[in-house]
Design a protein around this ligand. Structure first.
Ligand code: GTP
Ligand code: SPV
Ligand code: MN
Length: 609
């Protein structure tokens, strides 16, 4: 294989700073995987699980203070602060490089630096992007092996002078300086939260992450490249990089329609993407195809519609709550070749988590490595969980029983509808449809959700999370809204935009909607709307279903619950508008005027209603 000169120079430069004992280039082979696992078993970085019951599966614990993305330590480092915008933490590139250099310097002494060439998207697709991650963590290498396409084939694709990943041909904006392989550097250093930095340099196509060993902080192809850097590129190049699942819904006649869905972290993307139709609907013969559970790259094709690819090749899914009832496809997917992180380890070398399958084990070792028994309480009297609430599984998409046959197709899938939504105990109805693209962008830009365990911070607090991209937009979010509005104008047939809420509760705090597989009932209504098959009720906030148009076959839900689920409370919505206005204020003059117009129009409609 010809050598890529610039890549080699960069690897040498980084190695000179980090001072690893060795530098090992990852080729992606099975032999290499076995060798790395063996080494990690010997140091305790990984534990081999019961190979009869969980073939090919391994177990890992991260440090106790390193169990979720740390958004307050995550920075967008652009020359101008305004380019990062008011919703991102910003640091000038010079200062960021300097701070991180101090932590990286000599941090890999006694360790190996692995060089992982990886492709986000099918290798060779014009739409894919290449990255190279340097890391001192075998856990990261093995995760990247599942989550992305790695190794020799990627280097070959990069080629000797392939300094630049190909852009879409004939694209009006070609700026090669931005599209070279993304340079990703990760080091665990001392895993000290006070010396942890997740730095993005979109202007240099570079990511530096130090001091963490957890998921989104360190699998740099995921949130860092495929969302933060990619969103920046997407704006320049005229496409969208989104925190969205992609799924196909096949009708009995074999016709498949695809939808993309943006929900904040731990709000149900993985579960929706691989839902199993409930008994009542199965009879109709609907089928689900899973394309992706976390990230969608979408572009406008020559047919004027929006097409999406999932740049990833694996799931990094939330374990707690995953069981054979809520998500049988996920349970099937993670039976083999899976990395389990921060779950409970059982004495027989298998794993368990809260609301998982099987009886609660009588004993085990918890995610912190301590002996665990059910019912244990901490000093404050709170239950001690066996698995961390943000514990995860890493598994290949190809193992999912509903994996789409179009996963490796370079062209992706056409998107009929975009759905957005968060966790809202009150306010938002089960589903509503926006009036048009611009209104839909406003709905998505003002979406909000209660905070989950996927990010460090206070649980339950409602925060605005536009397009579920608040933590992931690599540039000024006001410009991001403008980009969405522009994209709509360029499409002949833009997808319709819907808002959903699976999490509305009753007076006692119980979910009104059963969720999971039952969500298909709502998706069917959404597709019927896209195909002009059903009417709807026009309300101030958008179109909502006529109750009779949601197929309830086999679901015993009182009509009163359905009414509550679709109820629109005028006063709550007026209060919501005040809160939206506060949010808009942070963008000052940068906010596209169209969003303010939509805000005003909603206010007028509500007041008249
Ligand atoms: P990230 O991987 O962090 O981006 O999360 P995600 O959006 O893929 O969320 P996921 O599907 O893993 O769901 C997170 C949690 O929400 C799990 O504990 C699920 O049990 C729960 N959940 C998912 N779908 C539903 C639903 O329809 N109803 C209810 N009540 N809970 C759900
Ligand atoms: C999320 O938090 O949205 C995730 C998990 O998908 S992580 O990869 O850690 O970001
Ligand atoms: Mn996610």
């Amino acid at each position: 294989m010809k050598e890529h000169r610039k890549l080699k120079l960069w690897v040498n430069k980084m190695a000179n700073m980090c001072k690893p004992d060795k530098v090992v280039w990852i080729d992606g082979s099975e032999e290499e995987k076995a060798r790395l696992e063996k080494e990690a078993f010997s140091t305790g970085e990984l534990i081999q699980l019961n190979q009869q019951k969980l073939p090919g599966c391994v177990y890992h614990r991260t440090a106790i203070n390193d169990v979720a993305r740390t958004e307050h330590l995550t920075f967008i480092c652009t020359k101008n602060k305004l380019d990062a915008g008011p919703t991102n933490n910003w640091m000038p590139p010079k200062e960021a490089y300097k701070k991180a250099t101090e932590i990286f310097s000599g941090s890999m002494k006694g360790r190996t630096m692995y060089v992982i060439p990886f492709s986000m998207g099918p290798v060779g697709s014009e739409f894919s992007k290449i990255g190279v991650e340097l890391t001192d963590s075998i856990y990261v290498v093995l995760n990247m092996r599942i989550m992305t396409r790695i190794g020799k084939k990627v280097l070959e694709q990069l080629g000797a002078d392939g300094e630049f990943t190909p852009l879409e041909k004939n694209h009006p904006v070609r700026d090669n300086s931005l599209t070279g392989f993304t340079k990703c550097l990760h080091g665990k250093a001392d895993l000290d939260i006070n010396r942890r930095l997740i730095l993005h340099f979109p202007e240099d196509n570079t990511i530096w992450s130090v001091g963490s060993g957890y998921g989104g902080n360190v699998l740099l192809g995921k949130k860092c490249l495929s969302l933060r850097i990619a969103s920046y590129l997407a704006k320049k190049e005229g496409w969208l990089a989104e925190h969205m699942l992609i799924m196909g819904i096949e009708e009995p006649n074999g016709h498949i329609e695809y939808i993309a869905g943006a929900f904040p972290s731990a709000c149900g993307k993985t579960n929706l993407a691989m839902l199993v139709p409930p008994e009542g609907l199965k009879k109709k013969g609907c089928k689900i195809w899973t394309v992706g559970d976390d990230i969608a790259w979408m572009r406008i094709d020559t047919d004027g519609s929006l097409w999406a690819v999932n740049p990833e090749s694996g799931f990094f899914g939330v374990a707690p709550g995953t069981n054979s009832k809520s998500n049988p496809s996920a349970m099937e997917t993670i039976k083999k070749n899976t990395i389990y992180t921060n779950v409970l380890l059982k004495p027989d070398g298998t794993v368990w988590w809260e609301d998982g399958d099987g009886p609660v084990p009588s004993e085990g070792t918890d995610w912190t490595g301590k002996p665990w028994k059910p019912g244990m309480l901490d000093e404050k009297g709170n239950p001690i969980y066996g698995a961390n609430p943000n514990s995860r599984f890493t598994a290949p998409i190809a193992q999912c029983p509903t994996a789409s046959f179009r996963l490796e197709q370079h062209h992706g899938v056409p998107i009929s509808a975009i759905i957005v939504g968060g966790r809202r105990a009150h306010l938002a109805p089960l589903v509503y449809e926006s009036f048009n693209w611009q209104h839909g962008v406003y709905v998505a830009a003002t979406m909000a959700s209660e905070r989950t365990a996927a990010q460090f911070g206070k649980l339950g607090e409602v925060r605005r999370d536009p397009m579920a991209m608040l933590p992931f937009c690599g540039y000024n979010m006001a410009d991001y809204f403008r980009h969405w509005l522009e994209m709509g104008k360029r499409m002949v047939k833009p997808p319709r935009i819907f808002h959903v809420n699976w999490f509305r509760t009753d007076e006692n705090g119980n979910f009104l909607w059963p969720g999971f597989g039952e969500n298909l009932r709502v998706l069917e209504w959404i597709l019927d709307r896209c195909n002009n098959k059903v009417d709807a009720v026009k309300t101030a906030i958008g179109y909502i279903p006529k109750i009779a148009d949601i197929d309830m076959t086999g679901l015993d839900l009182p009509k009163a619950s359905m009414e509550k689920l679709l109820h629109i409370d005028k006063n709550d919505w007026l209060a919501e508008l005040d809160s939206q206005k506060e949010f808009f204020k942070i963008f000052a003059k940068g906010l596209p005027k169209e969003l303010l117009e939509e805000w005003q129009a909603l206010k007028d409609r509500l007041e008249k209603s």
